[in-house]
Design a binder for this molecule. Structure first.
Ligand code: UDP
Length: 324
């Protein structure tokens, strides 16, 4: 198939490009390089540097490449930033999604896989979180994804779109070729590994008074390769209907457990400092991925936090400056 990947120079999109090329598909990466890295664009992919806020540039890419399907990764994706700058999210993310969908409609491209988020579930009634959980976006970021999910619903009803919304919990880990390189880095695992590399002197633990066994927040870390495996399965399943899945590995690990695992993997002491809670952090977020396992035959390979961190450590120690 021919697949257009928005955000293909970013962390998850670059792994998607790598795995789709390996599977024999043709890929066009569409990325504005605002957060992505040119060095992360797979050499086997076509690359268009373009911005989704500009309808004409995504429409031209759609017209020239005539993809069979789109995977939409490009977005502003920081929960905390979205609370400070809602316009970059309820504005830019929604406008970008709208332009992409309009360009698809204009060029009769009907299949799309959307990266969505666990931030749809800020106040879950049940854990682990299943697809029928009520949607309560936790931030303008989560709301921007909820809006695009609803767009897809109505484009399916009115225009024959086929879609899958994949709600990631905490994407983590790396492949041999691609890893996490954000500027500034705010995510737990790469920050902990930067401490191991001597690039930071400590990691702050944001709160140890949560109602969890060790008092620190629990998250569901899912390996980026397992996430993309789910995208490829979902793409194949669109023929038989639209899809919505929560993707995690079904196990939660606390901040302290992540740090302890990183000490074992790296063989280095990680200095921690206690810091106040980060506003908006729920105590525990764990996905139920039963539906994806049952319907797609998805079977995540990386279930241990140590092996997930091992893959990230392998990439970070070979790329201490990231892609730079
Ligand atoms: N966290 C932390 N210190 C940091 C960064 C993150 O204690 O420097 C915690 C954060 O409060 C959350 C977990 O680590 O409970 C994962 O945070 P991350 O930002 O990686 O992902 P999120 O869960 O916010 O999507």
């Amino acid at each position: 198939m021919k697949i257009l990947i928005t955000g293909g120079a970013g962390y998850i999109g670059s792994v998607a490009t790598e795995m789709l090329l390996q599977a024999g598909h043709a890929v066009l990466v569409f990325d504005n390089l605002q957060q992505g890295h040119e060095a992360a664009v797979e050499p086997g992919a076509r690359f268009v540097r373009g911005d989704l806020r500009d309808y004409d540039s995504i429409a031209a890419a759609m017209r020239d490449f005539t993809p069979d399907a789109v995977m939409h990764f490009a977005a502003n994706s920081l929960v905390g930033e979205s609370m400070r700058d809602p316009f970059a999210y309820l504005g830019d993310n929604v406008v970008a999604g709208l332009n992409l969908l309009r360009a698809m409609d204009a060029h009769r491209v009907k299949r799309i896989i959307l990266s969505s988020t666990a931030n749809l579930f800020a106040d879950p009634l049940r854990l682990p979180i299943a697809e029928d959980e009520r949607i309560v976006p936790g931030s303008p970021y989560g709301e921007s994804k909820a809006i695009i999910e609803r767009f897809l619903h109505w484009l399916a009803v009115t225009r024959g779109f086929r879609y899958a919304c994949l709600r990631y919990f905490n994407a983590a880990g790396a492949t041999e070729r691609h890893g996490e390189d954000h500027n500034p880095e705010l995510h737990l695992i790469p920050l902990v590994l930067q401490v191991a590399l001597g690039q930071r002197d400590h990691i702050s633990i944001f709160g140890d008074d949560y109602p969890t066994p060790d008092g620190t927040c629990i998250r569901d870390y899912v390996h980026v390769q397992d996430l993309i495996a789910a995208h490829i399965l979902a793409l194949g399943a669109l023929e038989t209907g639209n899809r919505i899945y929560n993707l995690g590995n079904g196990q939660g690990f606390s901040v302290r457990e992540v740090i302890a695992a990183a000490e074992v993997v790296t063989g280095r002491k990680i200095t921690v400092k206690l810091a106040p809670r980060r506003p908006g952090d729920p105590a525990r977020l764990v996905a139920s991925s039963d539906k994806a396992r049952r319907e797609l035959g998805w079977n995540p390979r990386y279930t241990e936090i140590r092996t997930i961190i091992q893959t990230a450590w392998s990439w970070h120690s070979r790329h201490p400056k990231g892609y730079g």
